[in-house]
Every structure is written in structure tokens, then in C-alpha cells.
Design a protein around this ligand. Structure first.
Ligand code: NDP
Length: 297
């Protein structure tokens, strides 16, 4: 079997297009422009790249993009003051504090200082609790992107066996909650899981988020299963230089799976598309307007 390739790049472009249409309607019919503020502390090169591309895509869908760049020695108190100012700003509907933060700042404290209604990363403890109890929340962008791709490919996920590899707060746990919300039978596997290959082999849906290059080989995959690869790992090429690979061994898994996301070009592009979708959702909720269909969990 050779798997269908789930093209995250194309799907993300479609989602951004839908967000753009909604934004145009909001402006025309209500005179409202959604606004996203991204706060970056320090000079981490990878974070700078992410923030730049978030800003560019925010503007492309017609939203207002605000970037607050602060020096690496910014105090926790000063950062909290910026968050508070953005919480109060009516033209800002989404706030994202780029992680990681410098070590002298308590990231949890800062995330939990964001107004939960503007917490477009979905990391605030209130949103974590709302998601865990199946209530309306802001959902973390990467798992939301995975869910959208799965729903797009399968339609209903009800009754499917899903295995989530990884139990982090930003990917594994919210992913499992979302799959449960869509009535999958969910197993969360991690570094202490026994008989991991057997556990993975039971799954109709495998979501791999472990941060280990090519860890999942094809013989762990049930024939016809759908494989969502969240991993982004930079590895050396034999001929020199580096390349990005996921957490699954793409070639051997694609031989067995029914469908698979590539790396790059799978989950990655969906993350920013879902950040924009969450900002739109937050803006609609703040203004008492109906939420955009198909862009939320
Ligand atoms: P974390 O390091 O926070 O979590 C990794 C999880 O994998 C942990 O729960 C860990 O288990 C588990 N794990 C590690 N090694 C093994 C193993 N040998 N067998 C089974 N489980 C294992 O990572 P994140 O969740 O933050 O990220 C995971 C991957 O996703 C990374 O490659 C990251 O770069 C990528 N990522 C991609 C995004 C995107 O936009 N596409 C966004 C966010 C992340 P334990 O808890 O027991 O230690």
C-alpha cells in the first residue's frame, strides 16, 4: 500500500483563505478588524523567524498585527505589564507570548496572566480546564491543526482507535482531549509505555509528538492507518548540511499507512493557520457574533 499524502501546506492555505473571507465580512458588515499581538522577549533566532512569519500571515488575512519586541533582560514585572496592557486593548483580540521565555521569567505565570478570552495559544489554565471538561475554549493551535486535517480526511472520527505518542501540555494532552471529544477511543503513550510497537499497531489514527527523529517505523503501523507526524527534527544529511524530518520514518510508514502527513509540509503550516483561526474566533466571541464554522474544535 502507498499512503495518501495529507498536504498540510495546501490545507493551511485553504484555512487561511477561509479566515481571510471571514475577516473581510467582519470589516464590511460590522467595521471590526481582528487584531493579534505577538510578544517576543530576547533574540532567539528560531523565535524571531516564527514571529516574522506569524506577522506576515496575520496581515495577509486582513488582520491587524502588533509585534512587541522586548530585550532579553526584560523583567517579569515589565513583561506582565505589557500583557496587562494588551489585555485591556479593545483592538487586540489575540495575545501570543512566544515561548521559550528567558530563564529568569516564570512562563506559567505570564501565560496565566493573559486574558483567557485572548489566549489564542490555548495554554491558559482556564482554557486547559475548559477543553478537559468538553466546554468551549481556546484550543492549542498544533493539535487543532491535526484535528482539522483528520476531520477533513475522514469526516467522522467516531469510534476510531487513536494513539497519541507524547504527553506534553502543548501537543500530546490537548490532542488526546480533542480526539476524545470527537469520540475516538484514545490511548496516550509516552516514554514509560510498555510494548510501544504493539500499542501503536492497534491504532486507526497515530499522532506522533515525541521529538525523536524517525522514531516510528512502518512495522509499528496498522495497514491503512492514518499517521499524523507532529515532529520537527533537524538532522545531518550524509552528504553534508541538514534537513527536517518528523517523528515517524516517512518512507516505511507510507508503505503501510492509508494516509500520512509529510515533514515539512504537514502539521507545521497548519499551526499558524490555526493561530489565525483562533484569533478570528476570539474576535467573534468578543463581539457576540457567531463563530466561523469549521475553524474551531
Ligand atoms: P516534549 O519534549 O514536550 O514531549 C515529548 C513527549 O514524547 C513526552 O511526553 C515524552 O514522554 C515522549 N517521548 C519521548 N521519547 C519517547 C520515546 N522514546 N517513546 C515514547 N515516548 C517518548 O515535546 P513537544 O510535545 O513539545 O513536541 C513534540 C514534537 O513536536 C517535537 O518534535 C516538536 O518540535 C514538535 N512540535 C511541532 C509543532 C508544529 O507546529 N508542527 C509544534 C509543537 C511541537 P515523557 O513524558 O514520558 O518524557
Amino acid at each position: 500500500m502507498t499512503a495518501d499524502i495529507i498536504d498540510g501546506k495546501a490545507f493551511a492555505a485553504k484555512v487561511r483563505g477561509q479566515v481571510g473571507e471571514h475577516v473581510a465580512k467582519l470589516k464590511a458588515e460590522h467595521g471590526i478588524t481582528p487584531g493579534l499581538a505577538v510578544v517576543l522577549v530576547g533574540e532567539d533566532p528560531a523565535s524571531q523567524v516564527y514571529v516574522r512569519s506569524k506577522g506576515k500571515m496575520t496581515v495577509e488575512v486582513g488582520m491587524t498585527s502588533v509585534e512587541r519586541k522586548l530585550p532579553a533582560d526584560t523583567s517579569e514585572e515589565a513583561l506582565l505589564a505589557v500583557v496587562n496592557e494588551l489585555n485591556q486593548a479593545p483592538e487586540i483580540h489575540g495575545i501570543l507570548v512566544q515561548l521559550p521565555l528567558p530563564e529568569h521569567i516564570d512562563a506559567e505565570l505570564v501565560i496565566n496572566a493573559i486574558d483567557p478570552a485572548k489566549d489564542v495559544d490555548g495554554f491558559h489554565i482556564s482554557n486547559v480546564g475548559l477543553l478537559g471538561t468538553g466546554q468551549k475554549s481556546m484550543v492549542p493551535c498544533t493539535p487543532l491543526g491535526c484535528l482539522m486535517m483528520l476531520r477533513d480526511y475522514h469526516g467522522s472520527l467516531s469510534g476510531m482507535d487513536a494513539v497519541v505518542l507524547g504527553r506534553s501540555n502543548i501537543v500530546g494532552k490537548p490532542m488526546a482531549q480533542l480526539l476524545l471529544g470527537d469520540s475516538c477511543t484514545v490511548t496516550i503513550a509516552h516514554s514509560r509505555t510498555k510494548n510501544l510497537p504493539e500499542v501503536v499497531r492497534r491504532a486507526d489514527i497515530v499522532v506522533a509528538a515525541v521529538g525523536r527523529p524517525c522514531m516510528v517505523p512502518g512495522d509499528w503501523i496498522k495497514p491503512g492507518a492514518t499517521v499524523i507526524d507532529v515532529g520537527i527534527n533537524r538532522v545531518e544529511k550524509p552528504e553534508g548540511g541538514t534537513r527536517l524530518v518528523g517523528d515517524v520514518d516517512f518512507d516505511s510508514c507510507a508503505e503501510v499507512a492509508g494516509a500520512i502527513t509529510p515533514v515539512p509540509g504537514g502539521v507545521g503550516p497548519m499551526t499558524i493557520a490555526c493561530l489565525l483561526a483562533n484569533t478570528l474566533t476570539a474576535c467573534c466571541r468578543a463581539n457576540g457574533l457567531p463563530e466561523p464554522e469549521g475553524l474551531t474544535a
